[in-house]
Each structure stands twice: as structure tokens, then as C-alpha cells.
Write a protein that binds this ligand. Structure first.
Ligand SMILES: Nc1nc2c(ncn2[C@@H]2O[C@H](COP(=O)(O)OP(=O)(O)OP(=O)(O)O)[C@@H](O)[C@H]2O)c(=O)[nH]1
Ligand SMILES: [Mg+2]
Length: 195
């Protein structure tokens, strides 16, 4: 598929099903803990500075944000998990919103699940991966912030993460940096394959 990635715009934000776009365009959702770099990933992939709003402050993204890419596909920026400063009630609301999208959305082709390459995956990261595997949702694991680790140590970090996740070797694992743009072509190839 030929996609002009420069032709991208925010389409809408949704809290539930009734607000999702109503067409058949394939969607790729971004999941991961707050601050891992989901919105930055979208910006990097689309060569834009701040199309998806990023912040040093966790919890920036609060609704499902749908980005139209050349009227051919969409990215769906999902609010991050594991943000400590939210109430139990808000966490439950978050859980329902994400679960509804991930388990019922027919447009969904794959989830790009981001983990911080520097650290072992959190309990939430592991739970997210297990959830996606359980529902048989295709997943692309992206290890972010690779620029913060010397290249010689990338393999070691990748192996540690795979082990903790009980990683299925038939899934994609991509080392990525929104700063250096490492992994961008690989990520696009993996995504286009899922559409
Ligand atoms: N060095 C480095 N910093 C990054 C990278 N990706 C994101 N960041 C920084 O990490 C912070 C959080 O990035 P966001 O893209 O806003 O994270 P998010 O996952 O969308 O966060 P929420 O919306 O809160 O869930 C920002 O300060 C980014 O500049 C990366 O690849 N390398
Ligand atoms: Mg965000």
C-alpha cells in the first residue's frame, strides 16, 4: 500500500465506542505505560513535531486519539497506564475504555506495544502483552528510548525484555528512538505488513 505519511491530521478524540470513526479504515493502536513515548512514536513516524501532543508530564493523553493518515489508515494514541497519580475510579474508567476498544474494534489490525528499552518490563507491561496474546491481537513490541543506551548494549536489553515478557518469537520486536529515528523504517515495514 502506498501511503503519504506527510498527509496526516488528528481526526477525533473518543472516550467510547459511540465516538469512534465509522468506516473500515485499518487502525494501529499504541499502548504502553505513561511517558514511554507513544505520542512521540506517532510524531516520529509521521515526521511531525507535535501532532500527537507529548509532554514530560505523564498522563498527557487521556482519550483515544484517532489520527488519519492519508485517508488510508489510522494511528490510535491510547492513554498510558501505570501513572501513579490517578484515583482507583479513574484507573477503572481507563481500563473500561481500553478494553472496549481493544476487544471490540474490528478496524484494529495490530497494537504497537511500547516498552522502555532501558528497564525490565513493569507488571503492567507484562499484563498488556498477555492480554493482547489472549485476545489474539497482533502485536509489535517497540523498545523505546534506544538513544539512551549505547548500541553495544541493545542486544542485552532486548533479551532481558523478551525473557520477562515470555515473548513469542513470531511477534515483531523493534528497537526504536524518537530522537535518532532508529527503527523507523523497520516499524513502518512491520505496520504495513499488518494492514
Ligand atoms: N531520549 C528519548 N526521549 C523520548 C523518546 N520518546 C519519548 N521521549 C520523551 O519521553 C517523554 C514522554 O513522551 P510521550 O511521547 O509524551 O509519552 P506518552 O507515552 O505519549 O505518555 P502519555 O501520553 O502520558 O501516556 C517526553 O519528554 C519525550 O520527549 C525517545 O525515543 N528518546
Ligand atoms: Mg501521549
Amino acid at each position: 500500500m502506498e501511503i503519504n505519511t506527510h498527509n496526516a491530521e488528528i481526526l477525533l478524540s473518543a472516550a467510547n465506542k459511540s465516538h469512534y470513526p465509522q468506516d473500515e479504515l485499518p487502525e494501529i493502536a499504541l499502548a504502553g505505560r505513561s511517558n514511554v513515548g507513544k505520542s512521540s512514536f506517532i510524531n516520529t513516524m509521521l515526521n511531525r513535531k507535535n501532532l500527537a501532543r507529548t509532554s514530560g508530564k505523564p498522563g498527557k493523553t487521556q482519550l483515544l486519539n484517532f489520527f488519519n493518515i492519508d485517508d488510508k489508515m489510522r494511528f490510535v494514541d491510547v492513554p498510558g497506564y501505570g501513572y501513579a497519580r490517578v484515583s482507583k475510579k479513574e484507573r477503572e474508567k481507563w481500563g473500561r475504555m481500553i478494553e472496549e476498544y481493544l476487544t471490540t474494534r474490528e478496524n484494529l489490525r495490530a497494537v504497537v506495544s511500547l516498552v522502555d528499552l532501558r528497564h525490565d518490563p513493569s507488571a503492567d507491561d507484562i499484563q498488556m502483552y498477555e492480554f493482547l496474546k489472549y485476545y489474539e491481537i497482533p502485536v509489535i513490541i517497540v523498545g523505546t528510548k534506544a538513544d539512551k543506551i549505547p548500541r553495544g548494549k541493545w542486544n542485552k536489553h532486548e533479551s532481558a525484555i523478551k525473557k520477562k515478557l515470555n515473548f513469542d518469537p513470531s511477534d515483531d520486536f523493534i528497537l526504536f528512538s524518537s530522537v535518532s529515528k532508529a527503527g523507523m523504517d523497520e516499524a513502518w515495514n512491520a505496520i504495513l505488513e499488518k494492514l
